[in-house]
Write a protein that binds this ligand. Structure first.
Ligand code: FAD
Length: 396
């Protein structure tokens, strides 16, 4: 047939928004749309720190993709992408091959270990439903093991590498969870140590300094011990070595210190920087009018010439523009330039606490925590309307 084939890789923030907008804008039989994702559910990456620490359930963190798209209009393929072949316009899956006329790459990023020895072997990451299940179970298991041999207080040391967005949000949830675990396992809370190690000179890089100070104070009060301006030099099975020579014994290291683009993007032959592709203003991979890259795998520069940080917010907005541009390409119409509209940033600091800069203002504490809830609810509404808000929304 001459109907163009559109293939979307990844059903995260960027991929879901692209699929939903395509489904809305394309006419009947105007194109074949296939959405490929490793799981049959979409997960809220921005919420993963909670099930990782065990302060919220997995079910509040994911939704089945079939609830988000119309499967009469979009083919959902649950599979692993193995290779992107630009030369003959094919995508190799674990169990098959797809050919495309238009490709949207929305596979999300991967943890970056910066070559730190042992990190990829021994550290866990907050990356997917599966990776956070492991973290939660592992933490509980350490408490259980400690009770069998109380000389092993190192089992009660928890190390979080990285104090960016995800590191801070996770460490805050962990600090909220620890007292409950101590009660459940009859453990003296004063024996538990939560360390947050960050190589940069401050936590939450890019955030307003007043909010950073507030956040750090909240977390110190919750019992987090910061090691700021100190890099992790090596990760071992039983702890970490810091750049200052200090060794922290711990069986639990969670690495949030960096993300890079997906290896498949690099392997496809695009020019990348840390796995990311500098896309043009229409979201094209340079030199490929029929390939779009959005979300964590793309780089776009802000008006000051610096790359926008990879966020769910920009991935979603890119998804909308990407869908419009795929439709415009098919119809031989003019493409739209992507313009990021920054709605602000919120970092949660555990129950009832957050910092936010939004609407040109700064917020902290309870008010910021309510803004965080609104952001989450707004997202549920965008992708799933009122029914999804009622099903997955957290209002308390
Ligand atoms: P993703 O949302 O990561 O989606 C990629 C999808 O592709 C996934 O469904 C994955 O399963 C699938 N996939 C990957 N590889 C394959 C493969 N080989 N085959 C098939 N499928 C595959 N951003 C914000 O804006 N605000 C926040 O508050 C915020 N908080 C965060 C908190 C945490 C703990 C973390 C980890 C991140 C946070 N972020 C936040 C960043 C945000 O989550 C990412 O920038 C965003 O998810 C990127 O969207 P994406 O569409 O590029 O990829």
């Amino acid at each position: 047939s001459t109907i163009p084939k559109i293939v979307i890789l990844g059903a995260g923030y960027g991929g879901i928004l692209t699929a939903q907008r395509l489904q809305k804008e394309l006419n009947y039989n105007e194109a074949d749309v296939t959405l490929v994702n490793r799981h049959d559910y979409h997960y809220f990456t921005t919420h993963l720190h909670m099930p990782a620490a065990g302060t919220d359930s997995i079910e509040h963190t994911r939704v089945s993709i079939s609830k988000l798209i119309d499967e009469f209009k979009i083919d959902l393929v649950k599979s692993n992408v193995k290779e992107i072949r630009l030369s003959d316009r094919k995508v190799i899956l674990q169990d098959g091959t797809l050919s495309f006329d238009y490709l949207v790459i929305a596979l999300g990023g991967e943890p970056e270990s910066f070559g730190i020895p042992g990190l990829s072997e021994y550290a866990m990451t907050i990356r997917s439903i599966n990776s956070v299940r492991l973290i939660r179970e592992h933490i509980e298991y350490q408490f259980a093991l400690y009770k069998l041999d109380e000389s092993r207080t190192d089992r009660l040391n928890f190390v979080v590498g990285g104090a960016g967005f995800s590191g801070i949000e996770f460490v805050a949830e962990l600090a909220d969870r620890i007292p409950r675990l101590c009660k459940e396992y009859d453990v003296d809370p004063s024996l538990v140590n939560i360390y947050n190690v960050e190589a940069a000179p401050a936590i939450l890089p890019g955030f307003d300094s007043e909010l950073v100070e507030y956040a750090q104070n909240v977390l110190v009060k919750k019992g987090v011990q910061f090691k700021i301006g100190i890099a992790i030099k090596e990760c071992m099975e039983d702890g970490v070595v810091l750049a200052n020579g200090e060794v922290i014994r711990s069986a639990t290291v969670v690495w949030t210190g960096g993300i890079r683009g997906n290896r498949l993007v690099e392997a496809a032959g695009f020019e990348t920087s840390r796995g990311r592709v500098m896309v043009d203003e229409y979201l094209h991979a340079p030199g490929y009018e029929h390939v779009f890259i959005i979300g964590d795998n793309s780089i776009m520069l802000n008006p000051e010439g610096r790359p926008y940080p990879p966020t769910a917010q920009i991935a979603m907005q890119q998804g909308v523009t990407c869908a419009q541009n795929v439709v415009a390409s098919i119809r031989n119409k003019e493409l739209k330039k992507f313009a990021f509209s920054n709605k602000g940033t919120v970092a949660s600091l555990g129950k009832g606490e957050a910092v936010a800069s939004a609407f040109g203002k700064k917020y902290k504490g309870w008010v910021a925590a309510q803004i965080k809830k609104l952001v989450d609810i707004r997202y549920l509404f965008i992708i799933g309307g009122i029914p999804l808000v009622l099903k997955k929304g957290r209002f308390l």
